[in-house]
Write a protein that binds this ligand. Structure first.
Ligand SMILES: CC(C)(COP(=O)(O)OP(=O)(O)OC[C@H]1O[C@@H](n2cnc3c(N)ncnc32)[C@H](O)[C@@H]1OP(=O)(O)O)[C@@H](O)C(=O)NCCC(=O)NCCS
Length: 319
């Protein structure tokens, strides 16, 4: 099967969002409200190319299968790698099991390879069929998708705050983010690398984004809020960048509390992936517990098989 189309315009994202909802609600695990505004914010990520969103439409121009890829840059063993982050992998319920998923996935990898990327990264919920389909799709075009890590999570319920704190000064936060993120390659073996535009997206543009800066200017946290797709929706705070290693334990705890208080106005649960690049003691002290949620992470590199050693600790995002 050949996939010759792609998500054509950002207006198609309403259809993509509706398809995700219809298809993912069939999964037994919890799914999120990937609404059109969230998808539009994802597509606003600097350097995103619609060509990397191969899609299949039926005869009546209804979207029935697609996957999206977004750029990520990492440093691994002192080398810059451009990775395509494949996500939102979806096939319409009535079209599942006919090879469409495998076809769009393989096409996306081909397009990324042709587009100058060094490889791809993706995540699958443990137990989800996509673990098989994505690996099989890569194999069908002579590539190896290697499972490099299984991400565990910490979780905690949130309470609505009595007082909402003020939001961070966006420009100041971005400058601080750049400085603190520049320290991470010494702590993480596989480490995300940021351009100015990407930092701006992360701190100031992304859907549901929250950036919390410590008043000392030596620590910063980011997160975003997204609801679950079920009814009634549950607001989830996904904690992202932990740039707080220069703070004392007490300062970290205070910064963390401010973020959780602020998020409590919009979210009922906080979720944090465990990457190992930063201190998670504040999570334990704040009452976070291990969740049963787990996500497999895969790397597909065109020019070599695997990383040859563990990429941990890692600093990247789950998307
Ligand atoms: C995941 C999803 C996109 C897969 O799409 P699909 O079109 O149903 O999958 P396909 O029919 O293309 O899969 C076919 C290939 O997967 C592999 N495969 C599928 N199920 C498998 C299994 N149980 N064991 C081993 N391989 C399996 C096979 O290699 C098969 O190809 P082959 O018959 O040529 O060998 C689709 O089920 C979906 O939309 N699910 C809901 C959304 C979702 O969960 N997305 C992923 C989030 S992590």
């Amino acid at each position: 099967m050949t996939v010759q189309q792609q998500i054509q315009t950002l207006e198609d994202l309403g259809g993509a969002s509706a398809l995700i909802r219809r298809s993912w609600l069939e999964n037994k695990d919890q799914t999120l409200d990937y609404n059109a505004a969230f998808l539009a914010s994802s597509y606003a990520y600097p350097g995103t190319d619609l060509e990397l969103s191969p899609a299949i439409y039926d005869d009546r121009r209804n979207l029935i299968a697609f996957v999206s890829a977004f750029p990520r840059r990492v440093v691994w063993n002192g080398q810059f790698l451009r990775l395509a982050l494949l996500t939102f992998f979806t096939v319409a319920p009535e079209a599942k099991g006919r090879g469409l998923g495998k076809a769009v996935w393989a096409e996306c990898l081909e397009r990324a390879r042709g587009g100058g990327y060094d490889g791809a990264i993706h995540y699958c919920v443990v137990g989800n069929k996509s673990n098989f389909v994505t690996v099989a799709a890569a194999r069908s075009i002579g590539l190896t998708s290697e499972r490099v890590f299984t991400i565990k999570y910490l979780m905690r319920p949130l309470k609505a705050p009595e007082l909402a704190s003020e939001s961070a000064d966006a420009a100041g936060a971005e400058i601080l983010f750049r400085e603190l993120a520049a320290e991470l390659p010494s702590k993480a073996r596989l480490c995300r690398s940021w351009s100015e535009d990407e930092i701006h997206w992360n701190c100031s543009v992304r859907y549901g984004g929250i950036t919390e800066v410590h008043p000392s200017g030596r620590g910063l946290l980011t997160a975003y809020v997204l609801n679950t797709a079920n009814t009634p929706p549950v607001g989830c705070l996904f904690i992202e960048d932990l740039l707080w290693d220069d703070l004392t334990a007490d300062e970290r705890a205070k910064l963390f509390k401010r973020m959780l208080d602020r998020a409590g106005a919009k979210a009922q649960i906080a979720v944090a992936p465990l990457w190992g690049y930063s201190d998670t003691e504040p999570f334990v002290k704040a009452g976070f517990r291990r969740s049963t949620r787990a996500m497999h992470m895969y790397l597909t590199l065109w020019n070599r098989h695997g990383l040859n050693s563990s990429p941990l600790p890692m600093y990247i995002d789950v998307y």
